[in-house]
Design a protein around this ligand. Structure first.
Ligand code: NAD
Length: 248
């Protein structure tokens, strides 16, 4: 599909779900993929093994994106060691749901620390390397709820909407350096993040999707791979919705 031979990519939270599918999609196009994990070292190694078994290049790298200095140091060190960094997929994210009256301050802090500050720190570290090369691709993982809202997700939606502001700002800030910055906004995708949803709620949500089903991580990964490709060279500041028509 797209040729990423010789490029280096880092996918935060790449050990499972959408991050895993993105790691595999980028590696399948020829990129050397750094699969970040925070607790799932065995899972990350399994992703690396799956990629290398197919003849691709990958390695696992542990750091917690909520630890900003550790994140920036790990990304800088990896880029230095591999001599370049072409692609960042800022995918690591958490969901903590709750109605407004029940949202705890510590949950708000944690959501913003991982989803917003972690993504910004990852982008800052990547941008420093990409600026010197005068080329790069950054993709943030937003969500359908950033644009349409959802009961019980005010805090999570706030973090995902924040990333749309970050995307548009950085797109303007780094266009002159050859770096494109875009967001992918998935709808309801079958991953560990959505397994806790009750069957009843899942049925209700699926009814809101014109395509009549939940999405697969690979379908989100395909959109990410496009935005990371040379073919997407004139796309920046965009949000690519992958939601089966749930919000258009
Ligand atoms: P997931 O829970 O399966 O994966 C999230 C990944 O992020 C995991 O690998 C996890 O270890 C990692 N992570 C969490 N905190 C981290 C930290 N502090 N440092 C490093 N890594 C960390 O969920 P997913 O569905 O694959 O979600 C991927 C992204 O897509 C998230 O940003 C999520 O908000 C977004 N998203 C998911 C859906 C969906 O329906 N599944 C919808 C919209 C947006």
């Amino acid at each position: 599909m797209f040729d990423l031979t010789g490029k280096v990519a880092i996918v935060t939270g790449g050990s499972r779900g959408i991050g895993r599918a993105a790691s595999e999609a980028l590696a399948a196009q020829g990129a050397h993929v750094i699969v970040n994990y925070v607790r799932g070292e065995a899972e990350a190694r399994a992703v690396v093994d799956a990629i290398t078994a197919r003849g691709g290049k990958a390695e696992a790298l542990g750091f917690d994106v909520a630890d900003l200095p550790a994140t920036e140091a790990a990304i800088a060190e990896a880029a230095k060691r591999l001599g370049r960094l072409d692609i960042l997929v800022a995918n690591a994210g958490i969901a903590i749901d709750g109605l407004l009256l029940r949202i705890k301050e510590e949950d708000l802090d944690r959501l913003f620390a991982v989803n917003v500050k972690g993504s910004i720190a990852s982008a800052r570290a990547a941008t420093k390397v990409m600026m010197r090369a005068r080329t790069g691709r950054i993709v943030f993982l937003s969500s359908v709820v950033a644009e349409m809202g959802n009961v019980g997700q005010a805090a999570y939606a706030a973090t995902k909407a924040a990333l749309l502001g970050v995307t548009k700002s950085l797109a303007r800030e780094y266009a002159g350096r050859g770096i494109t910055v875009n967001a992918v906004a998935p709808g309801f995708i079958d991953t560990d993040m959505t397994t806790t949803i009750s069957a009843e709620m899942k049925e209700g949500l699926t009814k809101m999707v014109p395509l009549g089903r939940t999405g697969r991580a690979e379908e989100v990964a395909a959109a990410i791979a496009f935005l990371c490709s040379d073919e997407a060279s004139y796309v920046t500041g965009e949000t690519l919705r992958v939601n089966g028509g749930m919000y258009v």
